[in-house]
Design a protein around this ligand. Sequence first.
Ligand SMILES: Nc1nc2c(ncn2[C@@H]2O[C@H](COP(=O)(O)OP(=O)(O)O)[C@@H](O)[C@H]2O)c(=O)[nH]1
Ligand SMILES: [Mg+2]
Length: 342
Amino acid sequence: MNEGRNESRKEEGAAQARPDRKRVSTLYDGVLGSDRAALARAITLIESRLESDIDDAQELLGRLLPKTGQALRIGITGVPGVGKSTFIETFGLHLIEQGHRVAVLAVDPSSSLSGGSILGDKARMHRLSQRSEAFIRPSPSQGSLGGVAGRTRETMIACETAGYDVVLVETVGVGQSETTVAEMVDVFLVLMLPGAGDELQGIKRGVLELADIVAVNKADGDNKARATLAQTEYASALRYMGLRADGSPRTARTVSALTGDGVPSLWKEIESYAQSLSDGAFLEAQRRRQRTHWLRTLLEEALLQRLRQDPDVEPRLAEAEEAVAEGKVTPLFAVRDILRHL
Ligand SMILES: Nc1nc2c(ncn2[C@@H]2O[C@H](COP(=O)(O)OP(=O)(O)O)[C@@H](O)[C@H]2O)c(=O)[nH]1
Ligand SMILES: [Mg+2]
C-alpha cells in the first residue's frame, strides 16, 4: 500500500515529499503527550482538504489508530434550544468530578450558519471550557468537509489518543446528522423538551428509534410535572422500538441541565450500560459493524467523487442521458456502459 502511495507521489513531481515525517512525528508526540495545542493542530490537519495535508493526516491517523478504543463515545442530539450546550457543560463537569477527561466535538450544521448560536454555546460551556480536563472543538465551517459528519470519526481518534476517555459528540436533529452520529458512538442520548405530545409526531420518531436513552430536559420549576409526563410517554413509545445492543430495553428519564438534577444518575446508567456492552462483547461487535459501515460510506463517497471527476464520464453521461431520454437505451444499459469506462 505504502509503495503505491510512493509511486503516485513520484508522479506528482518535485513537490514536498509526503507524508512529511517530521511534521507527523511532532504532532504524534504532542497528541500522545496530551498537548492541547498539538491536538488542536492535529485536528486542523485531519479536517484539511488540501491535497498536501491529506497524506500527512493519513500517516498520523495510521499511527494513532492502534492506540484508540479505550474511550467511551457518547452521541447527544436534540432540537435547537433543548439544552444540549447547557447539558454538556453540566454533564462534562460532573464527569471531570468523577475523574474523567472529556472531549466535546460538535457536528452541528446549524451553528456554523448563525454566529449567535456559536457565541451562545461558548457562553453556556464557559466553565467546562476553562477546565484543563476538557477539550472542546466547535464544528468545522459548513461545507468544508463534505458529508454530514466530515472528519468527526477521525477527530475522535485524535482525542482518544490524547487521553480523553469520554468523547461527547453533539449534533442537532437536522437531516441525516443524527443517524451519522449514532453510527459512530457507543451510546446515543436524545434530549427532549417537556411536552411529549407534540414531539412524538413527525421526524422525531426517527430520532427516537436511534436513542439508547431519552432524557427529557428542563425538568425543573414549573416544567417538572410536564417533564415527568413526557418521560412516561417516551418510555411507553420506546417499548416498541426494539432493544439496545446488549439486549436491554431503551429508557426514558428526566434531567435538568440547569440545576444538575438527574445528571449523576444518568451518568450511572450510561456507565452501567457501557459496562454491560463490554462485558458481553457487544461493544466490540457494535464497533466492528460501525467501522465496516464507515468503510462503505467512505467508499461510496470516493466512488461518486471519482465518477464526477472522471473526464471520460462527462461526455458519456451526456450522451447516455440523451439516449435514455429518447428511449433508445434503458437506463440500466447506460449505467453499465458508463461503469465499464470508469
Ligand atoms: N429551565 C431550564 N432551562 C434550560 C435547561 N437547559 C437549558 N436551558 C435553557 O434553554 C436555552 C437553550 O439552551 P442551549 O443549551 O443553548 O440549547 P441547545 O441549542 O440545545 O444547545 C437556554 O436559554 C438555556 O438556559 C434546563 O435544564 N432547565
Ligand atoms: Mg447549543
